[in-house]
Design a protein around this ligand. Structure first.
Ligand SMILES: Nc1ncnc2c1ncn2[C@@H]1O[C@H](COP(=O)(O)OP(=O)(O)O)[C@@H](O)[C@H]1O
Ligand SMILES: [Mg+2]
Length: 278
């Protein structure tokens, strides 16, 4: 299987990093494949925090600055969730004089080793990660409703999604939307989905509730689907994850088989002519 790549975009605070980390955990559990997350928010990297990684010894910034450094040295494996993470450096000093186009070189290397790659992006127009748009296949736009005034919500969303979609289209990416931080009481959600799917023509792949467990999990350094798998947001994220699996791989995708299943399949295939012998 060639490595599918997803780039996650959206406004600041919309939940991009939250979705990056949680969808990665979901894909790992659901597909048993090696999932790598890359912190493409080079100025305010926070992906590591979502996995309790606060001061990486070797960061993405180190491998971006030094092409002779093996990029795999910046990959961390989270034993609790099975997800691989490439965290950025929290030091302001490391951000200066950075050539963000180096990100494409590094992601290119990672594509050789991992099964699914998710690139987290900075706010707004994702200049830092633009160089990777040629290497990925999907763009997931995270839209939050929480801080949108009701009277202008549609105009704001249209503005945001249309612009980001135009960038995705430029690179031939398949584009989808996740609505995040949705309060149950917000009645206009139906209208928003209609706007995004009907007028803009982008599928809404998930609607995730505003849930205090999400920041609580962040404080614990563990994605919410792992920390509180039964809470409202986790259930919604898992549903979005399942929609994404179907969107990306079609309906027939199954877990990559384990050793015994593979042995069983080999034996069965070997016996097949005899079992079906007439
Ligand atoms: N569904 C949600 N419910 C409640 N809080 C959320 C939800 N999604 C994200 N958050 C919180 O919002 C803040 C911003 O999320 P983050 O993923 O860092 O956004 P971004 O990466 O888009 O800037 C974090 O404190 C996070 O815990
Ligand atoms: Mg972020």
């Amino acid at each position: 299987m060639r490595t599918p790549g997803i780039v996650i975009t959206g406004r600041g605070g919309a939940g991009k990093t939250t979705m990056t980390s949680n969808l990665a955990v979901y894909f790992r559990k659901r597909l048993q494949r090696d999932v790598l997350t890359v912190d493409g928010d080079l100025y305010l990297p926070k992906l590591g925090f979502h996995f309790g990684l606060y001061l990486p010894r070797i960061s993405l910034h180190d491998v971006l600055k030094d092409p002779s450094l093996n990029p795999f040295k910046a990959v961390y494996h989270d034993e609790r969730t099975g997800v691989y993470i490439v965290p950025g450096s929290p030091n302001l000093y490391d951000v200066l004089n950075l050539d963000h186009r180096q990100l494409a070189r590094v992601v290119w290397e990672f594509k050789k080793r991992y099964d699914i790659i998710i690139v987290d992006s900075p706010v707004g127009i994702p200049f830092d990660t633009l160089s990777t748009f040629n290497l990925v296949d999907y763009q997931l736009i995270i839209v939050e409703l929480e801080r949108s005034p009701i009277y202008s919500v549609e105009r704001m969303i249209e503005n945001e999604v249309v612009k980001l979609k135009a960038i995705g289209d430029e690179f031939g990416l398949k584009v989808g939307v996740i609505l995040n931080k949705v309060r149950e009481a917000r009645a206009e959600i139906g209208g928003v989905i209609e706007l995004v799917e009907g007028s803009i023509g982008v599928p809404v792949l998930g609607v995730v509730a505003l849930d205090e467990r999400v920041p609580m999990a962040l404080n614990e350094g563990l994605p919410v689907v792992e920390a509180y798998p039964k809470c409202r947001a986790s259930v919604d994220i898992q549903e979005a994850g399942e929609n994404l699996v179907k969107w990306m791989f079609g309906r027939k995708v199954e877990k990559q088989e384990g050793f015994f299943q593979s042995l069983f399949r080999t034996v069965r295939e070997f016996l097949n002519p005899y079992l079906h012998w007439e």
